[in-house]
Design a protein around this ligand. Structure first.
Ligand code: C5P
Length: 229
């Protein structure tokens, strides 16, 4: 059995992948299944937490005992995460959030034409994880900690220079833990297993060997629980 070390803790988890509308029927999306975020939600509930799962475009069954908020776009995910994270003990951003979205969403379906198609112009999405870090920093400066999450955890999918890129990202985004996955070649996306390195602000990295996504989730909760208390 798992320890009840998250009993009464308010925890927000984002899962899945955002979709950015091009027109009423098309979107830009990604291959995130939501499996890791759901594993985090199940294990957090098992350890006693009060979990809000913000699920972007997943087809997985709702985890028992969690509050599930369904979203589609990055804008919706941002709203839901920021609302749920006010006063939360921890926020884990496991969702694959689109870095860019189409600058305009066409009201009608884009028609096939004889000539070359119009290019789709992109614009930057807000970085929700960095915004959570900013909010916490501002709240600490104003000594009004209740408005910002206590512990902030990010995920990063890196293909090269995994550790160096991960450390830079941890610092840049102002999070406490950054779970760095190696992606590509059948790793991570859509598979039940995962291997990762958890980078710890001000601490040594923790290697999690290849295994079920629940195992990685439990390592994350061990580190989060230690940081909450
Ligand atoms: O910068 P990068 O996309 O690699 O960072 C990944 C981490 O940042 C994930 O935790 C993801 O959920 C989060 N993220 C975010 N908002 C974005 C892009 C990523 O919160 N616009």
């Amino acid at each position: 059995g798992r320890p009840l070390d998250l009993a009464g803790r308010k925890i927000v988890i984002s899962a899945g992948g955002t979709r950015e509308a091009i027109d009423p029927v098309r979107f830009i999306g990604n291959r995130s299944s939501g499996l890791q975020g759901y594993a985090l939600a199940r294990t957090a509930v098992a350890r006693g937490a009060e979990v809000t799962l913000v699920a972007a475009n997943t087809t997985l069954p709702d985890p028992a005992g969690a509050k599930v908020v369904r979203v589609e776009s990055t804008a919706e995910l941002r709203e839901a995460v920021l609302e749920a994270s006010a006063g939360a003990d921890a926020v884990v951003m496991a969702a694959a959030v689109a870095d860019f979205r189409p600058a305009t969403r066409q009201d009608s379906k884009i028609k096939k034409t004889d000539g070359e198609p119009e290019p789709i112009l992109l614009t930057k999405n807000p970085d929700i994880l960095a915004e959570l870090g900013e909010r916490r920093r501002a709240a600490r400066d104003a000594q009004a900690g209740a408005e910002a999450p206590g512990v902030i955890v990010g995920f990063a999918a890196e293909t090269d220079d995994v550790l160096a890129n991960g450390q830079a990202k941890l610092a840049r985004k102002g999070c406490d833990l950054l779970v760095v996955n190696q992606v590509g070649e059948g790793l991570a996306f859509g598979t039940p297993d995962n291997a990762a390195t958890v980078l710890v602000a001000g601490g040594e990295p923790v290697e999690v060997p290849f295994g079920p996504k629940e195992d990685l989730a439990d390592v994350v909760w061990d580190l989060v629980a230690a940081r909450i208390s």
